[in-house]
Write a protein of this length. Sequence first.
Length: 246
Amino acid sequence: MNQILVTEKLYITPELKRKKKMYKLNFIISIILITILFSFYAYAEYDRNKNEDISKDILAGMTVKQNTVVNDDTIINSDNEAWIISLDGSGDIVNLPEDPQPQTTTLTGTYTASNGKTYNTIGSINIPSIGVNYPILAETTDSLLKVSVCRFWGGNANEVGNLCIAGHNYRNNRFFSKVLTLKVGDIIEITDLNNQTIKYSVYDKYTVDPKDRSCTSQVTNGKKIVTLITCTNDSKQRVIVQAEEI
């Protein structure tokens, strides 16, 4: 039985050609956008790793020069000026407290890191349960928050009062990302510039609105308090962890 094979020629219309070109163009644009986004992510990770290396560099320098204390006779501001800082690296802002704190002489250790920049520290913080070990920079700015955790409010390390320390939440293992997992009873160790280490036990953890600065109050009834401040994972609120000397 003979079979007749009939093949139909497929005609490519101008409209079909146009659609194919659009598909190719959209594909190329998508690849370019993905490459650009990946490049931004890779650079951000590189920058964060570099800054953390600087933080470790400062911490190592503090260990070597642990008995060197520099009194720079700086008086902590007691006006109502609000500073704007970022705690999550995405432009989210927090203001410093408006309530004045007692005037006190700030003791800082000065260290020049491998990047050639000089940093002032008031001590270091160690939280064994979450692997946190960083120098505490003496003041808070957007640029300094990228290097290490910073004194946000309060006096010197291990003094009577409420030492408030701010740090980024990068949703990884860096800086204060794991502060969200701290529990009541966990230990926070603060080492001051005289190489004295005091242990603080976590007694409270809660979230607040970014405009709520009540956690920075210096009324501690003679106690030594440490307050850690960072962002929630969605950056909409602040996580506050407070600990007292034991």
